[in-house]
Ligand binder design. Structure first.
Ligand SMILES: Cc1cc2nc3c(=O)[nH]c(=O)nc-3n(C[C@H](O)[C@H](O)[C@H](O)COP(=O)(O)OP(=O)(O)OC[C@H]3O[C@@H](n4cnc5c(N)ncnc54)[C@H](O)[C@@H]3O)c2cc1C
Length: 383
């Protein structure tokens, strides 16, 4: 006998899990959601909110600008020196995950999702009638259908396969910039290439700058795995980054980090009946700034397919078909950025290339789903 039971159980309350919860309760379903963190928290993320992601949030009833999101109008690419800059063909935004994820979970709760905070699922098993999750405190949750939305964290027994680019470690740090640095960065997302990785820098709400980067394990090991050594390597390799961060004050005691990111992962053939969403299903390289849009897209698509009686396997196949082209392209470019950053000089010779690459790595819109606005596939953004 379980301690709790519901029609649907969602494990993980990031953008994918929370959005799915909202969509399912609006279908009149009884939904429980387990989220391991007890309060709002920071996450490793560039916090670039693409046009598509913002559109999905608005369709759910959440206005990123009202939450303090700042506008991003252009993208700059830097190597040793500045390589290219272009305007985004649509307004993008920048919002901390601390603010966004909490707002989504609060909305889910207000809409009627039974949100269990501070509850980490340790095990998820198939039962005769559906699924059963055991949480860290020992309580058992039973449900007819389970959705796995644990993002970057793999649940015991559900390890994701390696992606196509799996040797990168992600870091994030907030900085307080000097006034002139802040002014130069305002409204832009900036990408910096350095040997062994790349970094993104943009302002977020609260006058903070988010530096989020990916570096190979090998490059990290060169500096003994130390954050300061990595930062020094990046600044020594890119004069524009040195200019932006010189004298800037770090705002976290230490950077947030994540490893074993299976970039290039696409939904696999699945037979266990478990619906996998967001980063549990597909992981697009971060430079594309599309991860949150994909997570929200997967959630809303799953809700619609669940409503129509489709199976988890059919959902996985649909996701695979929708994302495979962008995923292949984004992964190939991400590999090039890391292993041959000099190739980015091509962008200097062909300035339109930056916009073209970005446009071709967008998620596949329009999406025709009940209650969702028609969003046009219209352009570029890097994050
Ligand atoms: C370096 C880096 C930079 C990125 N930059 C961007 C960007 O600029 N723009 C963008 O759109 N995307 C970006 N992304 C991608 C984006 O962060 C993810 O795609 C997105 O967070 C996926 O959402 P999700 O809901 O699937 O997972 P997550 O956001 O990871 O949420 C999963 C949730 O599940 C909870 N959880 C985990 N395990 C358990 C458990 N066992 N029990 C209960 N709860 C659990 C976690 O606490 C978490 O709240 C970046 C990713 C990386 C690594």
């Amino acid at each position: 006998m379980s301690d709790y039971s519901s029609e649907v159980l969602i494990v993980g309350g990031g953008p994918a899990g929370a959005a799915l919860g909202i969509a399912l309760v609006r279908q009149g379903r009884e939904v429980a959601l387990l989220e391991q963190t007890a309060t709002a928290h920071d996450k490793v993320c560039g916090e670039f909110l693409s046009h598509e992601a913002a559109g999905y949030l608005e369709s759910l009833g959440l206005a990123p600008r009202a939450l303090g999101a700042v506008a991003i109008h252009g993208v700059r690419l830097h190597g040793r020196k500045t390589i290219a800059a272009c305007e985004l063909p649509f307004p993008a935004l920048s919002l901390t995950r601390r603010t966004l994820d909490e707002a989504l979970l609060t909305l889910a709760q207000q809409e009627g999702v039974i949100v269990h905070r501070g509850q980490r699922a340790d095990a998820l098993t198939r039962t005769r009638d559906g699924w059963q999750a055991r949480v860290s405190g020992g309580a058992e949750h039973a449900a007819r259908t389970a959705f796995l939305a644990t993002g970057k964290h793999d649940l015991n027994g559900y390890r994701r396969p390696r992606g196509k680019q799996s040797n990168l470690v992600g870091f994030k740090m907030y900085f307080r910039l000097k006034a002139a640095q802040m002014q130069a960065l305002a409204g832009w997302v900036e990408l910096f290439l350095f040997p062994g990785g790349y970094a993104g820098l943009q302002m977020v709400e609260g006058q903070q700058a988010n530096l989020c980067l990916l570096v190979t394990r090998e490059q990290l090991a060169h500096g003994g795995g130390a954050w300061n050594a990595l930062l020094a390597h990046m600044c020594a390799s890119s004069a524009p980054l040195e200019e932006r961060l010189g004298g800037a004050v770090p705002l976290l005691a230490k950077p947030l980090a994540v490893s074993s990111i299976p970039y290039g992962l696409l939904p696999d053939e699945i037979e266990d009946g478990l619906w996998r969403l967001g980063d549990q299903a597909a992981v697009i390289p971060s430079f594309a700034g599309d991860g949150m849009a994909m997570a929200l897209h997967s959630a809303l698509l799953a809700a619609e397919m669940y409503r129509s009686g489709a199976s988890a396997a059919e959902f996985a196949r649909t996701m695979r078909v929708q994302f495979r082209t962008q995923m292949r392209l984004a992964t190939a470019i991400s590999r090039l950025m890391v292993s041959a950053p000099v190739a980015a000089e091509a962008v200097r010779l062909w300035p339109g290339l930056l916009g073209r690459i970005a446009a071709r790595t967008r998620i596949p819109l329009p999406v025709r789903m009940t209650g969702l606005p028609e969003l046009r596939h219209n352009g570029a953004g890097l994050g």
